[in-house]
Design a binder for this molecule. Sequence first.
Ligand code: AMP
Length: 436
Amino acid sequence: MKFQVPRGTRDILPPDSDRWAEIEAQARRILSSYGYREVRTPIFESTDLFVRSVGESTDIVRKELYTFTDRGDRSLTLRPEGTAPLVRAYLESSVLRQETPARLSYLGPMFRYERPQKGRYRQFWQIGAELLGSKEPAADVEMIDLFVSIMREVGLTHARVLLNSLGDSLCRPVYRERVRDYFGAHLDALCEDDRERWKTNPLRILDCKIPKCQPILEGAPNVLDSLCEPCRTHFENVLGGLRAMEIDVDVAPRLVRGLDYYTRTVFEVHDSSLGAQNAVGGGGRYDQLVEELGGAETPSIGFSIGMDRLFLATSEEHPEGAPAEPDVFVVARQPEAVTDALLAARALRRAGGRRDGPPLRVMADVQRRSASSQMKVASRAGAKYVVFIPAEADGYAVRDMAAGKDETKQTDLNQLRDWLRERRRERDASNPRENS
Ligand code: AMP
């Protein structure tokens, strides 16, 4: 029997996994610089949490949940998104409510039973941020600025920000009815999915990508003409704030999002290099969600970024990921010296002070191969230096692999480590890319 990775999932292998770790580190750096603190919630939650928050009529809840019953007869669901779990944690843990607004973030895998294609998987990763407890337009501006900063940090510079408002509990139902009436008069010209959406969630028709539906969509009522006064003012203040911060956005009145909880501001970031699945991420306000899940009135806004798409959109510029070559390969001259080689490798890796940078990357052979085979392994791995064990009476023999020459011997491992770190500093100085 041969096992395969489940449909819609994949293994992330080196060197891609190096680049993934780099993207995670870059995103975490920016989130932390804006004061957002990470919350790690479980991978599964009670099914009801998602049905109540994401919405019964959404595609996610109707068709895409990974739901199972555990041995205690509870209905659980692998999380399809990160906001509902984070709000659940916020309501459950008073530490998260100490500051208003609360600035929180998450990073991890999400699960949706979707039709797999490039950029769309059944397990995918999201980085998200939530600002809970502010109704101010400045909160929306901070969120979009944070999103754009993460894009910039990972090297995605041509993405477009689309912005819209969906109104609130006052004006949205009115707009919804206008949209229902409009599409009701054109049902025959719409695709089957749209006819279904018309019954359950007519705003979602605006998001249809089927070419034959586009002419009908173009004539649909514009949400921005239906906003009530407070929603209109909010939207204009958000636009003004973004202008002041020199963040370019395109107003996109047909932008609706796949989750029911959004109110007022919604936004999405698109990158044309991604093809059909061009959304890098998106977000919006959810002024009622916290109350709907049992909390006090807590107007909030958040976003999530698809890491798989960040990876796809930036991997051309960063094909090699972080460097993986060992600084040192320790070669045991005789098979009996294998433990001595491991001991020396451990000593050479030992972390120094801040100035010394990260530990040296040191590998040793565990296969009891001949010294000449170990040299070949070291060379294939791209090791910069080889250190021979055992040491001779006058010190450790060291070979510079690139130059193919033997160095002066170093008498003890501490000295040797300092000397190797110095060589790495010189390499980094002459090749800043490896240092990043
Ligand atoms: P959403 O929670 O649907 O607003 O999605 C936010 C972002 O997550 C999207 O813009 C995508 O970048 C990413 N995303 C959503 N679904 C998938 C999927 N099935 N595979 C890969 N990325 C996804």
